[in-house]
Design a protein around this ligand. Structure first.
Ligand code: GCB
Length: 591
């Protein structure tokens, strides 16, 4: 039987309506460098409505076509200007009580003015973070679709702008098993345009991307530069680092240029986070940044920063705030890094489990703390699904593009606590190879699980990593603390190990005997036992306990948790330190 066309109404009967928009996918290849560029903000109040049945896409509301072919007005069900207003950037969950648990599509709308400044200028819309999928429409046309909740994307809109422009963004925050992450996580699934939105103007020929770093193994005496130019095939760029006496002309052909330049920079480190003012210019365009130079490498079981062995005294942190959700700000980031450096005597932060805002690594460069950056290849994602792989690779590709000039970023993590299956092995090995192919100046790692049957650190992925991350919760999920000693004794890794998670839940202010779960005393006692074992193990070269602050999680509902994971050393108020904080701080002070 075939369909009877007369009774088929595309507006209500088509089910694969997303396909045409998926063809507009933007990836890391579209991302442009905004270093030193003047941005024109689109933050502020946008109109917003919840669209769980996706009529924006399904019925083509984005076209705003209000009249039929004969000029008669259609009975339209929308008026974007009449929708209530909501803040951008912000997670909608923290903006409206009724949206607290909303995980579907939310539609954002605003208008903005544009006036050409220069003949031949190009214009790019830029989103720093939209969770999870964004469909972007400009003046009635779909211009972009982007997947990935925590990485930036750009889309060129040259020639598409009027004096007044209508922009609509459909934000789909659904959990799906083929996404990265999938449906099951231990953090809150915030939705919305929760980081900055702006547009930037560039000349017709502009610098699209650049990568500047110390050449590994050059005896700290060479700087390598790679860059790409859009709009012209060949020409000359000028690299200037005045403080180092560098003014180097570099040719580019086919839009690509590279050079290795002799230099003796003061090396960046947490103790001395030296940054240099750097400029790269071509005729009519310039990128500017403050960049630090350092060498981070693994040698046998040792981790070396600028040739000196370091113990990675760290802590994990989520991008989560009681009031702001997954949005954050400079004040919070500065106070986080200050707490780690001054109060905890640490030098390292694991930014779990997805890319945090670009501001974090900028401030970390300046304040001096080393970073582990990660993509949410978390637990059991769809390792056998090619689409999922592409999404993951694009997320880490966008992250590397965004942060590769940050001296503070020393480790790229390709995942967390994944099962040691064949599909996962292939998926994450490919990710590790991809990361190495685009950035040879950092270590590749992942937070792995212990082999609980063999009682040792043994994960097939370790072969593909530079540093083995290990999450262990002996004394908490596994009450048999003595197992940790056996695991460490049975293990003989050929690479440095960082204990990437360890911890216990405690409600701030809940006091009692040290064998009573959820008390600060229990957490304190466990930290004492843990740091003793960890500190004595020769192949453990760092630790980042779970976690600095309590954070919102949708699977934590007991009397003490009340919607929060309580393993923080500091309460969700980001102020109240629990007893265990001092244990870790004392350990780091003397280590
Ligand atoms: C883990 C996960 C982390 C969880 C933590 C916990 O192993 O990597 O995302 O939040 O344990 O508290 O259970």
């Amino acid at each position: 039987m075939s369909n009877k066309p007369g009774n088929f109404n595309p507006e209500i009967h088509v089910t694969d309506y997303r396909k045409e928009f998926e063809a507009k996918r933007v990836t890391r290849d579209c991302l442009i460098s905004i270093d030193g560029r003047k941005t024109e903000s689109l933050n502020g109040k946008w109109h917003f409505y919840a669209d769980p049945i996706e009529y924006l896409l399904r019925r083509g509301w984005y076209k705003e076509s209000r009249y039929d072919d004969q000029g008669r007005e259609k009975p339209c069900d929308y008026d974007f200007e009449a929708m209530e207003e909501i803040k951008v950037p912000a997670t909608w969950n923290t903006e409206r009580p009724e949206l607290f648990l909303y995980e579907n599509m939310g539609v954002y709308f605003r208008t903005f003015r544009y006036k050409q400044h220069e003949e031949g200028e190009r214009v790019f819309l830029h989103f720093e973070g939209v969770a999870y999928r964004a469909y972007v429409f400009l003046n009635g046309e779909c211009i972009a679709m982007h997947d990935g909740a925590s990485t930036p994307f750009s889309v060129e809109v040259t020639g598409k702008l009027n004096d007044v422009n209508r922009i609509l963004v459909g934000v789909d925050a659904k959990r799906q098993d083929d996404r990265v992450p999938m449906t099951n996580t231990d953090w809150f699934n915030y939705g919305g345009i929760y980081r900055d939105v702006y547009f930037v103007r560039t000349p017709g020929t502009f610098l699209k991307d650049w990568f500047l770093r110390l050449v590994p193994g050059s005896g700290y005496s060479e700087i390598a530069l790679d860059f790409s130019v859009d709009g012209s095939k060949s020409g000359e760029a000028l690299l200037t680092i005045e403080e180092l006496g560098i003014k180097e002309k570099v040719r580019y052909e086919d839009g690509i240029g590279s050079a290795v330049i002799k230099a003796k920079p003061v090396l960046w480190s947490p103790e001395n986070p030296k940054l240099y003012d750097v400029s790269l210019s071509i005729d009519g365009d310039e990128l500017l940044d403050k960049i630090g130079f350092r060498e981070f490498k693994v040698d046998g079981n040792r981790i070396l920063l600028n040739g000196n062995e370091v113990f990675m005294k760290g802590i994990c942190v989520h991008e989560d705030d009681v009031y702001l959700g997954k949005s954050t700000n400079e004040c919070i980031i500065r106070e986080t890094i200050r707490t780690v450096k001054e109060d905890l005597h640490g030098v390292f932060l694991r930014l779990a489990h997805y890319p945090h805002t670009r501001l974090f690594s900028k401030i970390a460069d300046e304040m001096g703390v080393m970073l582990w950056e990660e993509i949410p290849v978390y637990w059991s994602i769809a390792f056998g699904n090619e689409k999922t792989y592409k999404d993951a690779e694009n997320q880490i590709g966008e992250l590397i593009k965004r942060d590769k000039n940050r001296a503070s970023v020393v480790i790229w993590s390709v995942g967390n606590e994944n099962p040691d299956t064949d599909d996962r092995f292939a998926f994450m090995s490919n990710l590790a190879s991809y990361v190495r192919s685009v950035d040879p100046t950092r270590a590749v790692s992942a937070a792995c699980l212990v082999d609980e049957v063999g009682e040792k650190i043994d994960d097939r992925l370790a072969d593909k990593l530079d540093i083995i991350g290990v999450n262990e919760y002996y004394g908490w999920y596994n009450p048999d603390f003595s197992k940790l000693g056996r695991v460490l004794k049975n293990s003989n890794p050929s690479k440095p190990v960082i204990i990437t998670e360890v911890g216990a839940g405690a409600r701030a202010g809940n006091h009692g005997p040290s064998d009573m779960l959820w008390t600060e005393e229990f957490q304190e006692a466990l930290y004492m036992k843990q740091v003793k074992e960890i500190g004595a193990c020769p192949f453990i070269k760092g630790v980042s306990p779970w976690i600095l602050y309590d954070f919102r999680a949708q699977r934590r509902f007991n009397h003490y948790q009340e919607g929060f994971n309580r393993k923080g050393l500091i309460d969700a108020d980001k102020k109240t330190k629990k007893l265990a904080f001092k244990v870790l701080s004392d350990f780091y002070k003397t280590k």
